[in-house]
Design a protein around this ligand. Structure first.
Ligand code: ADP
Length: 373
């Protein structure tokens, strides 16, 4: 059996392991917390620091292939493993491009991929030199995640909100819709593209409110977005699974926001909503099996269950029983014992042929299920 490792043991690793059960594979996970969501689902758990060169190298050298569930891993160790014959999904080179916002934006520019205009900054003081560039969004080069590391700088008075570290300042896009497209690529360079999803963003938390699939956008805009997503993935020249996040602006122009070189939150609905889920698809890629079908079985809504503001401690799921009674709702709880504000604790997928029903049930989950302590 092929030995395949996952760097990171969060909810993405957990759902990836859930899909592994269908395949002949021996699974390994490395994470620094032996109580992480994925620890009890893998065949072999290794406690270790995924950002440490030696830890990642030692973990990987016993494996046939390795993948990631988060970008913040030691890519130099992955490059060495790759050189020694371990298959790495995504390639260390692709990860290196994506991991840092500056390299990622330069990559889009180099390949003529539409992404909003940007300037590289090193300190907050640099922002003073670029007042004519505002309104803009300041994004930390490294270490940002789930909205942390992103600040909107509308005018000179917002400059103090910026980052005193390497970052990109990119033009504010007048967003009409945020969409995401997941693309899988195998080692033969064959691709499979999932139907676009549409994000409804909570502007206060800078986090997803809920998501709908398929995205409700004009066919021509969709084709443009799909062509752009495929181009991003083609230019990254790496097998794996990629989530390309895009903006459709008020003039229907499509821009790439960012790309994740891994299974992604925007693809959770594919577990119930599509023939081959994003997790199933990644195993197919890593095991050199034919790509699965990305066709929709049912339109879906996806709601993240995140820790309520002002609660930190052992998690309690208020309203869970009512949500579990919704017949077209699939509840996923990640097994994280403690909650904190904004922490992703689970998600709910609603499936229905009726869009109004999707929105209705999504709102019901959004307001009826609260994670407190
Ligand atoms: P993260 O990876 O931390 O989630 P993103 O780069 O996706 O960060 O940004 C978070 C959110 O900020 C986006 O979903 C979008 O709503 C907003 N945003 C990011 N870049 C821009 C931009 N150039 N113009 C307008 N809004 C943006």
């Amino acid at each position: 059996m092929k030995k395949i490792g996952i760097l990171g043991g969060g909810q993405l690793g957990r759902m990836l392991l859930q899909a592994a059960i269908n395949y002949p594979v021996e699974t390994y996970v490395m994470e620094n917390d032996s109580n992480c969501p994925a620890a009890h689902l893998c065949n072999h758990f290794v406690e270790g620091d995924i950002t440490n060169y030696q830890a990642v190298y030692d973990f990987g050298k016993q494996l046939d292939a390795i993948t990631i569930e988060i970008e913040h891993v030691n890519e130099d160790a992955l490059a060495q493993l790759e050189a020694e014959g371990v298959q790495v999904f995504p390639s260390a080179a692709a990860l290196k491009i994506i991991k840092n916002k500056i390299a990622q934006k330069e990559f889009y520019q180099l390949h003529g991929i539409p992404s909003s205009e940007f300037i590289v900054t090193q300190t907050i003081a640099d922002l003073q030199q670029h007042l004519s560039f505002l309104p803009a969004v300041h994004k930390l080069n490294a270490g940002g995640y789930d909205g942390r590391g992103v600040q909107v700088i509308k005018s000179a008075s917002d400059i103090e909100k910026g980052f005193n570290a390497p970052a990109v300042l990119e033009k504010l896009v007048d967003i009409k819709k945020e969409i995401a497209i997941i693309v899988a690529v195998n080692s033969k360079n064959e691709t499979a593209i999932y139907p676009a999803v549409e994000m409804i963003v909570n502007k206060d938390l800078n986090q997803l409110d809920y998501q709908l699939c398929p995205a409700d956008i004009a066919e021509k805009t969709l084709w443009t977005a799909e062509a752009i997503a495929l181009k991003v993935v083609k230019e990254l020249k790496s097998p794996g699974i990629f989530a390309v996040e895009l903006f459709v602006d008020t003039n229907n122009v499509v821009w790439v926001n960012e790309t994740a070189p891994r299974v992604h939150n925007s693809g959770h609905h594919t577990i119930e909503g599509n023939f081959s889920s994003q997790f199933d698809m990644l195993w197919r890629v890593m095991l050199d099996y034919p790509l699965g079908s990305t066709e929709i079985l049912f339109p879906s809504a996806l709601i993240n269950i995140v820790g309520e503001a002002n609660y930190t401690g052992p998690a309690k799921f208020e309203g869970l029983e009512d949500i579990l009674k919704i017949e077209n709702a699939f509840v996923h709880l990640y097994g994280k014992s403690t909650t904190k504000p904004g922490r992703k604790m689970g998600h709910v997928t609603i499936i229905s042929k009726e869009k109004q029903e999707l929105i209705h049930q999504a709102q019901r989950v959004r307001h009826g299920l609260k994670v407190v302590s």
